[in-house]
Design a protein around this ligand. Structure first.
Ligand SMILES: [Zn+2]
Length: 283
């Protein structure tokens, strides 16, 4: 079984200063992964409270510099670039594009200005706020907060179309103040069905983002198996594993556990994209 980690941040992300591409690739190689993608952050909208705190507007990385560094490291490691990944490590050129309704033109331009192996489409900021800093949850109960986040992903990804992986659908649960620590299928079946129908029809991947299931200050988010079952029952087969690492030590975190769970649920492959084309590897 060969696994790819499709979601990693490097020194080119505003929040990845300690994550060199070279260290990450060496770590991935040593840990037996077949490949990894560097999907650095690109968010044109940054909430005012965050901009004031971190002095960052907008969070857009230098694609050319990142891709040159990936190319350098790929050669340096003298990796086998075949897709089976058996004799080396395949380093993919990626981007995590932050979808936002006020920046459609910027987003389209950023994606068309460069060539990528894979594009993760995510929502990090909504309602002018940032779930990470907490403002998003004020005046919402858990169901409103989680539901609105899912609706926003659905709305923005169907607008965008130009992406490969639907990123961390349960990001909104990670930093939430509520006792509800699992985004359950039964609570959001209508919107989840609509999301799945879209990504299945369009050949895009559902991401399992293992960072979501880390322990945050004693609060542990869990993945609802019913979500995966429903996706599979609707015909969904394309699954992307991502650690969302911001330092080499988390690359591939939890992959063996989630790969085993996928297999138990009847999934046969994990997926990644090379030059925007789907590649599936047997579990
Ligand atoms: Zn993200």
């Amino acid at each position: 079984m060969v696994l790819f980690d499709n979601h990693n941040h490097s020194q080119f992300s505003f929040d990845g200063k300690k994550a060199s591409i070279e260290d990450g690739a060496r770590t991935a190689l040593a840990s037996g992964l077949g490949g990894l993608a560097f999907t650095d952050h690109c968010d044109f909208f940054v909430p005012p409270m965050k901009a004031a705190y971190e002095n960052l507007v907008p969070e857009v990385f230098d694609v050319k510099a990142q891709q040159e560094e990936i190319g350098r490291v790929q050669v340096l490691l003298n990796a086998d670039t075949s897709t089976d990944g058996k004799n080396g490590i395949r380093i993919l050129k990626g981007i995590e594009i932050g979808m936002h309704c006020d920046h459609h033109e910027d987003i389209r331009k950023k994606l068309s200005d460069s060539s990528f192996d894979q594009v993760i489409a995510s929502v990090h900021y909504l309602d002018g706020t940032d779930p990470f800093y907490g403002g998003y949850y004020e005046d919402k109960d858990w169901k409103q907060a989680y539901g609105r986040y899912l609706e926003t992903i659905l709305q923005e990804m169907t607008w965008l179309e130009d992406f490969d992986i639907m990123g961390h659908y349960d990001y909104v649960v990670r930093y939430a103040p509520y006792p509800v620590t699992c985004l359950r299928y039964s609570d959001f079946s209508d919107v989840l069905d609509e999301m799945f129908r879209y990504i299945i029809h369009e050949g895009k991947a559902l991401e399992i983002n293992t960072k979501s299931y880390q322990n945050y200050n004693g609060r542990e988010v869990t993945l609802d198996a019913e979500i995966l079952k429903r996706y599979r029952d609707m015909g969904g087969e394309i699954i992307s594993l991502g650690s969302d690492s911001h330092s080499p030590d988390r690359i591939g975190a939890g992959f063996n556990e989630y790969a085993a769970r996928l297999k138990t649920l009847g999934f046969r492959w994990t997926a990644h994209y090379e030059s925007r084309r789907l590649v599936q590897l047997a579990l």
